[in-house]
Design a protein around this ligand. Structure first.
Ligand code: SAH
Ligand code: SF4
Ligand code: F3S
Length: 460
């Protein structure tokens, strides 16, 4: 069935939301978000709709009348966690039969999963996928007002849907989508299957959103896409967009994620020329061996990767480089994994997100022979983590004595008189301070380093 979602549909969705609002149902909702920033941003849209309906957010699932799980399926443990959590809700519903339970996000786009949930778990009321999430008000209205169980997942993406509301989770730092989906089909990755093909938002829509955020007092925006360098089909479109966003004068601009094969010299030069672009780049390396990279379908060699790293550092020596690495890709040998260790040694990342390869049904690599045991892969991963921890510690130590502007994000979990925030490079600093500092950018002198974070003092 061909289904598209354009402007007209959104008007209809507002009508559903308003109809619910008129009934003054006073529901409380809780959204549990798993996975990456894409999901975080999608949850903010759901919160936007729910708040238009007159509903209020609660933090604890026990206090909610509506619970929605926004799921991730990038690795098997993410998926197991999501399922485990959803099944646990059955107990809550025993005490609260009117509780509405919804599940959405990437995992719902997996073939046959929605039907399976419908059959196996009668306590789930609502399921929708990433491609039809913009119809949320209609689906919720059918559940709330029609007493239906709604399980609707569309197979393919429509065009970009503009005009949805959003209730942002942070008042001073915001995610802004610039594109959706991915065309790269790295052989291990399920994202292109659950998020569909690349679709870019129009520059005007993005700039308009950024300008409104600035007016609302937002100090930091992060432009989001699975591969921002292929924004509008690639070429210089992303660098152009970045330059226009920079001109808006928002204090801090970041973006993620960049695919190494697509990062252009024009984009790299932005790190030297744009006033508000923070010196931070997430550049997933994945592996350090050419044969493994080839079988991953990454379309770069490790030399080409290192060359980009070198060029970025030439333009911006203080750049904070971060990366993603997979240990134990099917068929990866010990010698090849040692290539990853050498590459990590050479690249000197600020930090790395490291994962053991997890087979995802439907992806090419899931069918590759995979002789190395999970025990051995776990040892490789531990070795990799230890190596990176040493590099991180070194880099952190070298920050002592310097002063950075820090955007204060939150109170420390451990102390009522300590706050935490990030340097332009993305390093976390904890320092003595009160709640009034949250959302402000203040100068902090670095006095020491922990394992993953810095310690500092407010500079008068
Ligand atoms: N679009 C982003 C990454 C999205 S997924 C990019 O291209 O960089 C985030 C990270 O999860 C990936 O970079 C990869 O390191 C990891 N990942 C993805 N699929 C995986 C799998 N099947 N097993 C283990 N790690 C995986
Ligand atoms: Fe997955 Fe590769 Fe696309 Fe990133 S670029 S989302 S790793 S397929
Ligand atoms: Fe997970 Fe979907 Fe992001 S699979 S990593 S939440 S795009």
């Amino acid at each position: 069935m061909e289904k598209t979602n354009g402007k007209l549909d959104i008007t209809r969705q507002y009508a559903f939301a308003e109809e619910i609002a008129r009934l003054r149902l006073n529901k409380k909702y809780c959204i549990v978000t798993m996975g990456c920033q894409m999901n975080v941003r999608d949850s903010e849209t759901l919160c936007g709709w729910l708040s238009l309906m007159g509903f209020t957010e609660v933090k604890a699932r026990e206090d909610a009348d509506i619970i929605i799980y926004n799921t991730c399926c990038v690795r098997e443990n993410a998926e197991n966690k999501a399922l485990g959590n959803v099944i646990w809700l059955k107990e809550l519903k025993k005490d609260k039969p009117d509780l509405i339970i919804g599940v959405c996000g990437c995992m719902m786009q997996e073939k046959g999963l929605a039907e399976e949930l419908k059959r196996k778990y009668p306590f789930i009321d609502l399921v929708f996928g990433t491609h039809n999430a913009a119809n949320f008000p209609e689906y919720l209205s059918r559940v709330l007002l029609g007493g239906e169980r709604v399980f609707e997942v569309w197979d393919s993406q429509g065009s970009v849907t503009e005009g949805q509301p959003a209730l942002r989770s942070c008042r001073f730092s915001a995610f802004v989508n610039i594109m959706y989906g991915c065309n790269n089909f790295c052989t291990y990755c399920i994202v292109p299957y659950v998020r569909g093909r690349e679709r870019s938002r129009k520059p005007e829509d993005i700039l308009d959103e950024c300008a409104k955020l600035k007016d609302a007092g937002v100090k930091e925006i992060t432009l989001l896409g699975q591969n921002v360098n292929s924004y509008m089909g690639g070429g210089s479109a992303f660098a152009e967009l970045l330059k226009r966003v920079d001109k808006l004068g928002i204090e801090r601009v970041r973006f993620m994620t960049s695919h190494p094969k697509d990062i252009t010299d024009e984009l790299i030069s932005c790190f030297g020329s744009l006033k508000h672009l923070c010196p931070q780049l997430h550049l997933p390396m994945q592996a350090g061996d050419d044969e493994v990279l080839k079988r991953m379908n990454r379309r770069y060699t490790i030399d080409a990767y290192m060359d980009k790293v070198r060029r970025v550092r030439e333009v911006c020596p203080e750049i904070g480089l971060t990366t993603d690495i997979i240990a134990g890709f099917p068929g990866e040998t010990r010698a090849q994994f040692e290539g990853t260790l050498r590459a990590v040694e050479q690249a000197r990342f600020d930090s790395a997100y490291t994962f053991i390869y997890s087979p995802r049904e439907g992806t090419a690599a899931a069918k590759y022979p995979d002789p190395v045991s999970i025990q051995e892969k776990t040892e490789w991963l531990e070795e990799l983590i230890a190596l990176q921890l040493g590099i991180t510690a070194d880099m952190l130590k070298r920050q002592t004595g310097k002063t950075f502007p820090v955007l204060v994000e939150s109170m420390s979990l451990r102390s009522e008189s300590t706050v935490g925030g990030k340097t332009p490079r993305g390093l976390m600093v904890n320092f003595p301070g009160g709640r009034d500092l949250i959302g402000r950018i203040v100068d902090v002198r670095i006095t020491g380093a922990g394992k993953n974070t810095l310690k500092g003092e407010l500079e008068e």
